[in-house]
Design a protein around this ligand. Sequence first.
Ligand code: GAL
Length: 426
Amino acid sequence: MIRKLSTIVALLTVAGLLAACGGGAPAGADQVEVFSWWTGGGEAAGLDAMIKIFAAEYPDTEFINAAVAGGAGTNARAVLASRLQAGDPPDSWQAHAGQEIIGTYVAAGQIEPLNSLFEEEGFGKVMPATLLPLISKGDQIYSVPVNIHRANVMWTNPALLAELGVQVPTTWDEFFTACETVEAAGKICLSMGEQWTAMHLMEVVLLGELGPDAYNALWDGSGDWGSAEVTAALGTYAEVLKHVNSDAAGLTWQDASQLVANGDAAFNIMGDWCDGYFSGTAEGGNLGLVPGEGYGWAPPPGTDGTFQFLSDSFTLAKGAPHAEGALAWLKTAGSKAGQEAFNPVKGSICARTDCDVTLFNAYLQTAMADWASDRVVGSLTHGVTANDTWKNEINTALGLFLTDTNRDVDAFQGALVAAAAAYPNK
Ligand code: GAL
């Protein structure tokens, strides 16, 4: 028995040495668990495209796809929070550049800095300068961005607009006039979905009504949430909400944007993951439409010249069970090959400056041009402008506003003033 045990120990030692000498995968490289919310139309296909590149580059590392369904990560982030609390982190998870990373995961000490990876892979040299401060605290860089998404897009149904003789509105007053025609024809003017899509609409209305400087000031502490301008902008938002579908609360973002694609609604305000959903193939759960024909796009009223952005990135968990696997994944996620596979399918542009423009469709090429020339501001709903506690407080106030049949703007604004005072970004 003793002899047998010592033989086993000897064999294990040899196996360990072989692995250490490159005869096998290093510790923790046998797999990687990657957590995201990309499961549905317009999202899963993009992730799959990047997983294919990863599998080719790291054939010995098993990719465990731990995605949890639900747009904007509303479900996934709750699952992630309880896993983190239980000390059971996925190796790498999807996180938005900005306060979601810095004011939330870094503040809680849940992720590792990635400076050596950035140096080895030269990411700092090819990633947009706008982005790096949003994933850094002091000298430490905390995530690998995979894309840039645009939040302020108004998607349209060109055939329906032509049939009704309606122009794409450039002001909210023009929008209200357009709605009269659209609604008289029995169609929905602006399609909307569950609550996070109402927050998305709210931030776009605030940006359009306040302009980029006053919008930014709301987040950096220099602006006044109680101002008359904010009252007016929230009043516009309340008016806009009168023109959305009555079943919004029960619809996903795909359901809501599909209403535009089907010609049941004229407009939808949503990020450009819609482009992936509209133009992607049917096998990938998408609608297979031609950009500019099956769907159109324009800046929502008042936001022309401003690119309201967000960026998906991936982290390395503190205490990651498969740190080596996670670093391999992060290399693919930051690479040109990984991003060129992912972004044209996802409906986003690269978080690198060297991707091949010809791989991207007509919509995404306009996004690239606008990203390079527009004023860039951040998204609230998608993690850039506010830490999680502040955003959650805004979300609670918004929930009350949406269910309040009187749409009490003063009460809503009061709650937003209180939220900004209680949970400023640090
Ligand atoms: C955003 C995310 C996008 C897209 C969208 C809808 O928060 O950054 O990549 O997935 O949610 O789910």
